[in-house]
Design a protein around this ligand. Structure first.
Ligand SMILES: *[C@@H]1O[C@H](CO)[C@@H](O)[C@H](O)[C@H]1NC(C)=O
Ligand SMILES: *[C@@H]1O[C@H](CO)[C@@H](O)[C@H](O)[C@H]1NC(C)=O
Length: 524
């Protein structure tokens, strides 16, 4: 996926430091009233017990032989170059090989009576795992097998070698997203070998063209399930992480579960004008008119939507992790919101979280040095904030350009995804939160975020309202850059932890609903 999840990054740190210096005076003046508010802000909540009623829990303990096999299976998956060059050009030989690899390393997934395996559109995989309690609404674990291209140049090890070095497995797909495809099946394979039978049914789906839109994979799987009348309680895909060292002022790692993702529009702007000889030019040409329009677009940012998406909840929930005075500032956005949003928009990453962005990506005009071209065209790539829609954004753009000679052609567009619920009763969100707390005790807080890129789960909006994007891996800003970049790698320990996370999550999902906050507290 592109420019994933991270809602927050190194850029945010700049803003945070500036804030720390800038707001001191104001803070002191308001301190009494605000301390009172901060004190009433929710603290670390009580832990509730999520168990498997009527069944004993299977401990996440794996033998040395299992750990070795786990690691080797991932390396082999990395070596299969399932590259998606474009939607018309995906290495289908490699995709077929990948399917054979799955059969070899996860035999129980293909031979268990309550699991059905289907191939969709030749290369995507859909597993249906029938639980013993048909009253529980099923869910889905989602990931993809295809990867973006990588050339050998500049990598420390060849990108499709799956080499192990210093405790890391290197290669394209180790984070995006073969780690998930393999870990999901690996966790279930290990559970099956321990005679686990789930109570809640679930699906596992591995798409084959996520990097080039998911139109043949995820979209077809979603349509197939819809035609069967399937409704899913929630879906977990990639697109959020455990963030390590992303924010100055927060020492402990925190987890971001993306509950929405931005919309997208590719828009072509075109100006036609009278062609002619350059020796007798008109006052304005198509190139000049379009260049001025595009320049206005670049100079005029779209409105700041801070407070209309999840960015405000995110900052508020992180507030307690900051020292004085930032904890006070961030837990009182009712007063500091405008300053905080001004400062956050100075960083490219946090700016992309709080507004629709417009990137000028193509500009074409002219064929000969002495001919005035009849037409000029430019393409802009727009990423739409969750609180806006395609028509609203198009309207704002036309108002900014404010020139009737410019024509607009929407090449393709989709609206942002609705915000998935993240309240106390939201089963999928609370399940993730609970499992994060179990498996990553070092995580200080779990916060909702927005994915600024796009991922396969958006194709499932018609069959579920609980779309969550979370890859249970701890990322530093440096490893974040390796996704679609150089030297993508995962530590062996991180991969083992990811398998363990899924092993626990699948068992945690067997509960009927989110436990009452207070009922089970005394058990701990
Ligand atoms: C496609 O995959 C096959 C099988 O793994 C591999 O041999 C071949 O080199 C790949 N082709 C490209 C263009 O990457
Ligand atoms: C959802 O269903 C509607 C109506 O059937 C369809 O137009 C739309 O494309 C579907 N959305 C997705 C994401 O598949």
């Amino acid at each position: 996926m592109d420019h994933r999840g991270a809602a927050v990054k190194e850029g945010l740190s700049v803003g945070v430091r500036a804030l720390a210096m800038g707001v001191m005076g104001t803070v002191l003046a308001l301190v009494a009233v605000l301390l009172l508010r901060a004190a009433t802000f929710p603290g670390p909540e009580e832990l509730q017990r999520w168990g498997r009623p009527g069944a004993s829990r299977i401990p996440a303990q794996f033998s040395e032989a299992e750990l070795t096999a786990m690691k080797e299976a991932l390396k082999e998956a990395i070596r299969i170059p399932t590259v998606a060059f474009s939607s018309e050009n995906i290495n289908t030989t490699a995709l077929t090989e990948f399917g054979e690899h799955l059969r070899k390393v996860f035999p129980s997934m293909f031979s268990t009576s309550f699991i059905q395996h289907e191939i969709v559109e030749e290369y995507s995989h859909l597993f249906t795992i029938r639980g013993s309690n048909p009253k529980l609404e099923p869910y889905m674990l989602l990931s993809h097998m295809d990867v973006v291209p990588a050339s050998d140049d500049d990598w420390e090890v060849p990108p499709f070698s799956g080499l192990e070095r210093d405790g890391f497995i290197y290669g394209r797909g180790t984070l995006d997203n073969k780690n998930s495809a393999m870990a999901i099946l690996q966790a279930m394979e290990l559970l099956l070998r321990r005679n686990y039978v789930p109570q809640r049914s679930f699906y596992i789906s591995l798409g084959h063209d996520e990097e080039v839109s998911g139109k043949h994979g995820a979209q077809k799987v979603a349509a197939l399930l819809k035609s069967r009348g399937v409704r899913l309680s929630f879906i977990i895909d990639e697109g959020g992480y455990i963030m390590n060292d992303f924010l100055a002022g927060i020492k402990k790692p925190f987890a971001v579960i993306s509950v929405s993702e931005k919309g997208s529009m590719n828009l072509k702007l075109q100006v036609d004008s009278t062609p002619g000889h350059s020796s007798i030019p008109l006052k304005e040409t198509s190139i000049g008119i379009l260049a001025a329009a595009i320049s206005r677009l670049e100079q005029t940012p779209m409105p700041n939507m801070f407070g209309y998406g999840t960015e405000k909840s995110m900052i508020e929930q992180l507030a307690g992790q900051f020292g004085f005075p930032l904890n006070i500032v961030f837990s009182n956005l009712w007063i500091f919101g405008p300053i905080v949003s001004r400062i956050l928009e100075k960083s490219r990453v946090s700016n992309a979280m709080m507004r629709t962005t417009v990137a000028l990506t193509m500009f074409n005009a002219g064929i000969k040095v002495n001919v005035i071209p009849p037409t000029a065209q430019a393409t802009v790539n727009i990423r739409i904030h969750p609180s806006q829609t395609v028509p609203e954004v198009l309207d704002i753009i036309q108002n900014i350009v404010a020139d009737d000679r410019v024509q607009y052609h929407v090449l393709n567009a989709f609206n942002p995804l609705p915000l998935s619920p993240y309240d106390q009763e939201a089963f999928g969100y609370q399940l993730l939160r609970r499992t994060i707390r179990d498996v990553f005790p070092e995580v200080s807080v779990v916060v909702p975020g927005v994915c600024v890129g796009n991922t396969d789960v958006r194709h499932y909006a018609n069959i579920s309202t609980g779309l969550y994007r979370f890859n249970p891996v701890s990322l530093s800003p440096e490893s974040f850059k390796s996704v679609h970049g150089l030297n993508e790698r995962i530590s062996i320990q991180a991969y083992e932890t990811q398998v363990m996370f899924l092993f626990e999550l699948i068992q945690n999902a067997d509960i009927e609903k989110v436990p009452e906050p207070h009922s089970a507290v005394h058990e701990l």
